[in-house]
Ligand binder design. Structure first.
Ligand code: 4AD
Ligand code: MG
Length: 434
């Protein structure tokens, strides 16, 4: 069996006999000739089936085979300018393995219909291309950290506490007690660094997001890192290097997919050529004030502000030093920073072309007092975080880490309108099927 992409790439000499297989992607026929176009995981290829060149029953089947029927075809490879990809097979054998019912997905269907039929929609050329990019992104993340001496460290998914705010926790019954699905690996990663120093992972992450937006999933994959002895600045530089590495790997492996998705690849090339800037939250507010967008110092950046900031840049940008008061309990105050109020040693990375937050991270507070105070501020009982506080008692070290939203990065790289398409079976505030 020869993959379709090899035929289309001209790797089979003109007139040579080939056998290939796949699914009918498009088809038309008239009189004694049929033109099914087959697709497999590698590409699409036209087949010309002429009555008389193969048994009549097989010709009849080729006419009857509706879109998505699975077939095995034998025939000669021919150059044909009119065929998609410039090659076709002239069939001498056409075996239908599984006849398809009329396919429920046809042109111009609503997003909702496509989500309802997600199990069928993932075979589309668009979804196939995105899933190939995803494959590259995930592989690149593993490669990036492993090549730099990070160990893979797996956290529990059932966790007793919040880390990123109680309002987005998914509660799960744990026999007669309750527990939560992981919002982040962080509290456990901070334990892991005392053994392995530099660690990373990529894991399913759960947040019962209240807002329905094009950038939020309830179940997504986060790639996180944590390192002992690392300060905020070093941590932001690792994040920049990682994102650049991912973009580079996608550009090396997935140009045909990006083209199929209609992505302007030159926008990504820029990310490889220029350094990613770092600015502070306070500088970001000043930048957008010049555009007439006012945000009171102390308030968190929203989509609107993030979008406005990123109109000024064509690479990702790291924004540091957000107001301490609106940050998660573990982000420490930076005593040296000058701003209108206390700010934290933390950062987000925003992507160009829309300003989506793709990375969030920080140094971690090592002060037990500060941690207890902030947990109480958030309505938490510090006693429930004893294991985490313990880590500050036995050879505490400065340390930092961040999490990268895998679907957010894929969405940006592929130029998707909605990150739901960055994952095969999205879970959102309104859908957990199919
Ligand atoms: O900024 P977040 O909430 O940071 C943390 O969870 C830290 N504990 C990570 C760490 O320091 N180890 O989430 C990290 C990233 C965000 O920047 C975003 O890219 C992604 O995870 N993210 C989401 N992606 C899709 N859907 C959601 N609902 C997301 N929430 C966060
Ligand atoms: Mg964040």
């Amino acid at each position: 069996m020869i993959p379709i992409s090899k035929v289309v790439a001209g790797e089979v000499p003109e007139g040579d006999e080939v056998e290939t297989r796949g699914w009918v992607w498009r088809t038309r026929s008239s009189g004694g000739i049929a033109f099914p176009i087959l697709r497999d995981s590698t590409g699409v290829l036209q087949v010309t089936v002429k009555k008389g060149n193969l048994p009549d029953a097989q010709f009849d089947d080729s006419v009857k085979a509706l879109v998505e029927s699975s077939v095995i075809v034998k025939g000669k490879a021919h150059k044909d300018k009119r065929a998609p990809g410039g090659w076709e097979i002239q069939a001498t054998e056409f075996k239908v393995v599984g006849f398809a019912q009329p396919f429920p997905i046809t042109k111009d269907q609503s997003e909702e219909w496509l989500r309802e039929n997600r199990h069928l929609w993932i075979r589309s050329r668009k979804m196939t291309a995105i899933m190939k990019v995803r494959h590259t992104v995930v592989g690149a993340i593993h490669q990036f950290f492993r090549e730099r001496g990070y160990y893979e460290f797996d956290p529990p998914i059932l966790q007793p506490n919040q880390c990123e705010g109680g309002s987005t926790l998914f509660e799960v019954k744990f026999y007669d007690q309750k527990t939560y699905l992981s919002q982040t690996w962080q509290l456990y990663a901070e334990a892991g660094i005392f053994a392995l120093e530099k660690i990373y992972d990529m894991a399913p992450t759960f947040r019962a997001e209240k807002s329905k937006t094009s950038r939020h999933l309830c179940e997504f994959w986060m790639a996180e890192m944590e390192a002992a002895w690392m300060d905020l600045h070093e941590c932001t530089e690792v994040a920049k290097e990682e994102v650049r590495f991912i973009v580079q790997k996608v550009l090396e492996s997935n140009r045909p997919e990006l083209e199929l998705l209609g992505r302007d690849v030159s926008r990504l090339d820029a990310c490889l050529k220029k350094p990613f800037p770092t600015i502070t939250y306070t500088e970001a507010l000043e930048l957008i004030r010049k555009d007439g967008i006012e945000l009171e110092w102390g308030r968190d950046l929203r989509t609107n502000e993030e979008e406005a900031i990123m109109k000024h840049f064509d690479t990702p940008v790291v924004v540091t030093h957000y107001p301490k008061a609106i940050m998660a309990f573990y982000k420490p105050v930076d005593p040296e920073a000058k701003a209108s109020g206390p700010v934290a040693k933390c950062f987000d990375m925003l992507a160009p072309e829309g300003g989506v937050e793709i990375v969030g991270g920080s140094e971690r507070d090592t002060s037990i007092e500060a941690l207890r105070e902030c947990l109480e501020r958030d309505g938490e009982n510090p006693e429930n975080y004893q294991f985490y506080i313990d880590l500050r008692l036995y050879g505490s070290v400065p340390h930092s880490g961040y999490g990268l939203g895998v679907e957010r990065v894929i969405g940006w790289i592929c130029g998707l309108d909605n990150i739901k398409d960055a994952i095969a079976f999205p879970r959102t505030g309104t859908r957990f099927t199919p």
